[in-house]
Design a protein around this ligand. Structure first.
Ligand SMILES: Nc1ncnc2c1ncn2[C@@H]1O[C@H](COP(=O)(O)OP(=O)(O)OP(=O)(O)O)[C@@H](O)[C@H]1O
Ligand code: SF4
Ligand SMILES: [Mg+2]
Length: 328
């Protein structure tokens, strides 16, 4: 499609001998709001590294598949090429403010320094505009504060301001609200949605929290053990999930469990990349596992007419039984 900003097609990423990502296909169109969901260790941040050209920092490399950005082969860009895109076209709000903010520099100076990197004109004015855009009152007193003197919500707003500094067309927010309390989380999510609409940006919202994804996105990809196991329209997937893992994630949502005696968590834990079982990676935790699940890896295939994909052999069974019914 011509309006695809980024497209990952069957991507694998390795760090040394470990295949951290495998079979990752994901498209983000201009101005779209897409979610990436999965438990801890499923590969969300590694996907963010791939999308921001920082795999080499952790010794990772694209080992299979393609990563296209606006039709260009971004998977092969050099660090020099990435410098033209990172921050200017594709910006990251990273998972931890510690990696994004310098604890020894006042926040105003940090925004100014980032703008200087992008060779922006009128730096003092742009700094105030950016802080205003993230709903911070850009007084001299605020500009002089150090990160540790800000609340978690204010720090998060500064990180969003830094991501906006290069005027990107895609923002990747990696767990942007995880560490915040519910009220602050809500205001940051509203801010992200407002900025996306005002600036016509696309958003890739990364989270393990389905409520965040429900609030921010129209499409979602569910990740398990380094692979996308389901993708499609957010509302459809939350109402009618096609993969047993997605069903388990939805059952473990806190607000769904409010009226239950205790939260239903997913039994077991995800395998590490070095320790994936043969066949379907979810089979050791799947309540619907059957013979075929250990013999082959299920491919991500369309399961209805709504651009809804899932990788689970149960759909083969359903389709085969439909064929059977049709023959009868
Ligand atoms: N620098 C690294 N070297 C080797 N393996 C790594 C490195 N960073 C992450 N991994 C492994 O890659 C896998 C995916 O990790 P990643 O950080 O992408 O998960 P995540 O989905 O972002 O989890 P979380 O929700 O905890 O942030 C994990 O198995 C992790 O142990
Ligand atoms: S392929 Fe088998 S193990 Fe994997 S999710 Fe489907 S039923 Fe479960
Ligand atoms: Mg992460």
């Amino acid at each position: 499609m011509t309006d695809a900003l980024l497209a990952l097609d069957n991507v694998a990423v390795r760090i040394r001998s470990a295949e951290i990502l495998r079979d990752v296909s994901l498209t983000v169109r201009r101005g779209a709001a897409v979610g990436l969901v999965g438990e801890t260790g499923s590969g969300k941040s590694m996907t963010c590294r791939l999308l921001t050209g920082t795999l080499a920092v952790v010794g990772g490399q694209l080992s299979r598949g393609t990563f296209q950005y606006r039709g260009e082969d971004a998977g092969r860009w050099s660090e020099r090429q990435w410098r033209r895109y990172r921050g200017r076209r594709i910006a990251l709000v990273p998972q931890s403010s510690q990696s994004a903010l310098d604890p020894l520099m006042p926040v105003g100076a940090q925004v100014e320094e980032t703008l200087r990197e992008y060779r922006a004109p009128n730096i003092a004015r742009r700094t105030r505009e950016l802080l205003h855009a993230v709903q911070l009152d850009a007084t001299a007193a605020l500009l002089d504060l150090y990160p540790h003197q800000l609340s978690g919500g204010m720090r998060q707003r500064v990180m969003i301001a830094l991501a906006l500094a290069g005027d990107p067309e895609l923002i990747i927010a990696d767990e942007a609200t995880t560490a915040l309390d519910v009220t602050v989380q809500k205001s940051i999510l509203e801010l992200l949605e407002q900025l996306r609409q005002q600036r016509g940006m696309a958003l890739l919202a990364v989270s393990h929290d389905l409520s965040v994804i429900e609030q921010l996105t129209t499409d979602v990809a569910i990740m398990y053990s380094g692979s996308i196991v389901e993708s499609g329209p957010t509302g459809l997937i939350l109402a009618d999930p096609g993969h047993p893992y997605t069903r388990a994630l939805i059952r473990s949502r806190p607000h769904m469990a409010e009226h239950r005696a205790r939260l239903e968590s997913i039994p077991g834990s995800p395998p590490s990349p070095e320790d994936r079982p043969s066949g379907c990676a979810f089979r050791t935790r799947c309540p619907s596992v059957f013979d075929k699940c250990s013999s082959a890896v299920p491919a991500l295939t369309g399961i209805d007419t709504h651009a809804h994909f899932a990788s689970c052999f149960l759909h083969d069974v359903v389709d085969a039984s439909l064929d059977e019914v049709n023959r009868i």
